[in-house]
Design a protein around this ligand. Structure first.
Ligand code: PMP
Length: 363
């Protein structure tokens, strides 16, 4: 039972399908030429399924790129700002949007609107009032994986506002996206949380925004180059693409992205309710329930008591529960239950039961 913030497990049924890829009659996509007819049909199928799951309109291109979230921190300004003087608004509500703004300052002029508290923590979203209308785009991270802050719906800033650029690395495919109403210009997600394995980054870019890249933009990060090369400008992560396709098919079979959202609400509510009802034994930093992440539930035991935390992690491990404590920068020592698509409702019940039993035996 892996509750890691990522990389992490895919749904059990998906993992069973992935294992079969090595024994099938067709050569496994890991060893297939990326320009072979066999792989091109896998790529087309994965793209089609991803479009269907996420209801991606025809005026958007879908790319499977390299470089992870950090690659896109640089790619977004290099592709959408024609020079370093171009402004872009960065809504900073946690670790990853903060890092994205820092990276963007190499290629553009970010206007940072941050909700960071004086002690360095993040417990709210920045204000959307007075957004700079001359910005090339408005950047946001729809789920801050470390801080546990989620925008359950993207803001609708109106047709006059610049397009949104969204880092959906840790919530993509867990809720629907209103591409047109929210004026989404670019959205990306590194695969290793909800849709696949590390080594692939899914990028969705609106067609009218393609082609404004700076001269310094490397081909591997250039949306125009990759679109013109039909996703095969250089060697695409063949196996990872096939895995994303299997995940998308599974999501459709389960009832689509709406069902993923229903499950995410059920799983996260179970853990938040337990924390709320623990009389302070467990504690989560976010008081504003409307922005609590359904993907990553951060929590402490007895105000961060390290001995108890250590015992909790070891006892959990003895029951097959792993991934609750990772050495994430800025989050060291804290606990976090990550509840991506690969975590079943049943396993979340087991985590909640374990937490409850641990608490009772300490009281
Ligand atoms: N954005 C978010 C929301 C993330 O959770 C992460 C990684 N955990 C990143 C960006 C960075 O992605 P990568 O490590 O693939 O560069």
């Amino acid at each position: 039972m892996n509750f890691s913030p990522g990389p992490t497990n895919l749904p059990a049924a998906v993992e069973a399908e992935v294992k079969k890829l090595f024994d099938s009659e067709r050569m496994c996509s890991m060893y297939l030429s990326h320009r072979s007819p066999e792989f091109i049909s896998i790529l087309e199928e994965t793209t089609k399924l991803a479009r269907e799951v996420m209801h991606i309109p025809d005026n958007y291109e879908v790319l499977f790129m390299h470089g992870g979230g950090h690659g896109q921190f640089a790619a977004a300004p290099m592709n959408l700002c024609t020079s370093k003087e171009d402004k872009a608004t960065y809504l900073v509500n946690g670790t990853w949007s903060q890092r994205a703004a820092e990276e963007a300052s190499k290629y553009a002029t970010p206007i940072v609107v941050s909700s960071q508290n004086k002690d360095g923590s993040f417990t709210s979203n920045p204000s959307l009032d007075n957004i700079d209308k001359d910005s090339k785009y408005i950047y946001l991270c729809s789920n801050e994986t470390v801080n546990g802050i989620e925008m359950h719906r993207l803001p609708k800033l109106g047709p006059d506002s610049p397009p949104l650029v969204i880092d959906a690395s840790s919530d993509f495919s867990t809720k629907s996206i209103d591409w047109v109403e929210s004026n989404v210009g670019l959205l990306y997600a590194c695969a290793s949380k909800n849709i696949g394995h590390p080594g692939l980054t899914m990028v969705v870019i609106r067609k009218d925004l393609i082609g404004n890249q700076q001269n310094i933009c490397p081909g591997v990060f250039c949306y125009k180059t990759n679109v013109e090369g039909e996703n095969l400008w250089n060697t695409i992560a063949t196996f990872n693409v096939e895995v994303v396709g299997i995940v998308m098919k599974w999501i459709l079979q389960q009832g689509g992205v709406e069902e993923m959202e229903t499950r995410s609400i059920a799983k996260s509510s179970m853990i938040y309710d337990l924390i709320e009802n623990s009389n302070g034994f467990f504690c989560t930093p976010l008081q504003d329930k409307s922005i609590r992440s359904r993907m990553n539930v951060p929590f402490d035991i007895c105000g961060g008591d390290q001995e108890l935390t250590k015992e909790f992690v070891i006892k959990g491990w003895e029951q097959g529960i792993v991934g609750l404590r990772t050495k994430t920068p800025f989050g060291v020592g804290k606990l976090r239950a990550s509840l991506y698509n690969g975590v079943s409702v049943e396993n979340t019940v087991k985590l909640a039961t374990f937490m409850d039993q641990f608490m009772k035996c300490k009281q």
